[in-house]
Design a protein. Structure first.
Length: 130
């Protein structure tokens, strides 16, 4: 009985699930989607509000693992310019559509000049002097 109380108090202190996970109470639910949510939030930095909403609608019905794979592929594209392909024709079409939105949105955003500066300074494949 004491052990259950200690565990309960520890979980209450360390992991207030409802506050940390928008109401998801089971560990598995938010553990499997946390990384995906973080990658999508990163992608949103390169998108306008309209594009964010379109991407959200596109990915809404994807299985969490497929959503994670799509988010990862898009982050890789944004960071390296490397394009990936998917087994599903629909996923490939969504990927191409989102990549096109990223290309169109990036120049409009405030930090586009910073990205251009970083690419000029360091470039793709340039070695950084230490």
């Amino acid at each position: 009985m004491t052990t259950e109380i200690e565990i309960s108090k520890t979980l209450e202190y360390l992991a207030p699930w409802i506050e940390k996970t928008d109401g998801e109470e089971s560990i598995g639910s938010w553990e499997t989607t946390l990384a995906t949510k973080m990658m999508v939030k990163l992608l949103e930095l390169w998108m306008t509000q309209d594009s964010r909403e379109r991407v959200e609608k596109m990915l809404e019905y994807y299985h969490p693992l497929d959503r994670g794979a799509m988010a990862y592929a898009l982050v890789v594209y944004v960071m390296t310019g490397t394009k990936m392909t998917f087994k599903s024709a629909m996923a490939n079409q969504h990927y191409k559509t989102i990549c096109k939105m990223l290309k169109e949105d990036m120049p409009q955003l405030m930090f586009a000049n910073h990205i251009k500066y970083m690419m000029r300074k360091y470039g793709k494949g340039k070695k950084v002097k230490e």
